[in-house]
Write a protein that binds this ligand. Structure first.
Ligand code: NAP
Ligand code: G4F
Length: 363
């Protein structure tokens, strides 16, 4: 039997990698998209010719659109990846973040029930290490207490608990992946890793003078998104619905990431000074290329995330070390070096919208 999967947030970093994985596994993949004034879906453009890849309009803030798409597709598996996923932005749009990241999860669960799929449809919820927030112990595992530390994390905490509630109340196969930061060459450009790799590539090629960052001492457990989407799938193939921490078990600071990214771009950095006066200096030229700007400080910042992936290794057979930290940074820098070089050569990197219109994908 051909399995049907529905992915919300298919245009995002994880949605694009998960779509590729499920298509490779023979699934019929359905993704939800939103109306936007810039219909530019770079991450999934290469999939849109695949006859097993289908797009539907739906929004996590609109229960009727969710009921409609779930009732039409009748998926065997739903991966709820859609979210307002930027922590700093959640301080600016807290109500929208709560509606999408908290109530949106409830809307999916209830739509599955109302469509009569509670016994047949398995649901993955994209939860997050941000739940640990102002961390109460290090490393963090499935038993570590939560202390959310941003409007984003508080909203995601509701998502986590409502999934547990539907599992216990209605016996639904729904579970949360507590994923630590995962990055890639497709990462949004305002997350710190991609901001750094893109800036390193631009600075190395003379297109930018300086990179402004916030808290350089913040520490993260960074993995490769392509490896992490496999775990989402494994969680839904498990015999029972359970929540899992997905992480590498290694931790680096923003400063470490910066140093390595610039190294792969051909610039050796030396950091000097402290706090707002800290600077990253190109050791070859003595030029300041990294500065701290309080604009990127958060009202409350999560600074010490380190995951313990033992349960996922043991129960799902997942390998957290497939892509190492230096490999991840190298992949991202190489991709951005090539993109910046292509831009400099005047190459068009945009997708041709006429193709979308012809296929009736855009309305
Ligand atoms: P991302 O690149 O920001 O993608 C988010 C996706 O959600 C996009 O497809 C976006 O659509 C969609 N979306 C946003 N608001 C929506 C709404 N109201 N209705 C429907 N779709 C909406 O995020 P990601 O990095 O792939 O992360 C995927 C999920 O994992 C998110 O839920 C995130 O919070 C969670 N997570 C991520 C990480 C990580 O390190 N990447 C770690 C833990 C948890 P548009 O393209 O139209 O904006
Ligand atoms: O890259 P970030 O914006 O990611 P953050 O806040 O950890 O959130 C990401 O990972 C979560 C999993 O833990 C996901 F749930 C969430 O959806 C998202 O994908 O920031 C990482 C750290 C922060 O401590 C931040 O203060 O880097 C610090 N940072 C320092 N300078 C910066 C900057 N972050 C950003 N975005 N931009 C800066 O200039």
């Amino acid at each position: 039997m051909q399995k049907r999967a529905l992915i919300t947030g298919v245009t995002g970093q994880d949605g694009s990698y998960l779509s590729e994985l499920l298509l490779e596994k023979g699934y019929d993949v359905h993704g939800t998209i939103r109306r936007s004034s810039v219909d530019f879906r770079e991450r999934i453009a290469h999939l849109e010719d695949n006859p097993r890849f289908h797009l539907h309009y739906a929004d996590l803030g609109d229960s009727m659109s969710l009921m409609k798409v779930i009732g039409k597709v009748r998926p065997h598996e739903i991966y709820n990846l859609a979210a307002q996923s930027h922590v700093q932005v959640s301080f600016d749009v807290p109500e929208f973040t709560a509606d999408v990241d908290a109530t949106g999860v409830l809307r999916i669960l209830e739509a599955v029930r109302q469509c009569g799929l509670a016994d047949s449809c398995r649901i993955y919820q994209a939860s997050t290490s941000e739940l640990y927030g102002k961390v109460e112990s290090v490393p963090q595992n499935e038993e570590t207490p939560f202390h959310p530390y941003s409007p984003y994390a508080v909203a995601k905490l509701y998502g986590y608990w409502i999934v547990r509630e539907y599992r216990e109340a209605y016996g639904m196969f729904c579970c949360s992946g507590i994923l630590f930061n995962h990055e890639s060459e497709r990462r949004g450009e305002t997350f710190v890793t991609r901001k750094i790799t893109l800036a390193a590539a631009r600075i190395a090629q003379g297109k930018q003078r300086k990179l402004l960052l916030g808290n350089l001492s913040s520490r993260r457990d960074w993995g490769y998104a392509k490896d992490y989407v496999e775990c989402m799938w494994l969680m839904l193939q498990n015999d029972i619905p359970e929540d899992f921490v997905i992480a590498t078990g290694e931790q680096y600071s923003v400063r470490d990431f910066c140093r390595l990214a610039f190294h792969y771009a051909g610039i050796e950095l030396r950091f000097e000074g402290e706090g707002e006066n800290e600077r990253g200096i190109d050791t070859a030229t003595g030029r300041v290329v990294v500065e701290v700007s309080p604009d990127f400080y958060r009202p409350t910042d999560v600074v010490n995330l380190l995951g313990d992936p033992s349960k996922a290794m043991r129960r799902l057979g997942w390998n957290p070390k497939r892509t190492t930290f230096p490999e991840l940074v190298r992949i991202m820098v190489e991709s951005d070096m090539a993109k910046v070089a292509a831009e400099r050569a005047g190459e068009q990197v945009r997708v041709n919208l006429a193709e979308y219109l012809e296929k009736g994908i855009l309305k």
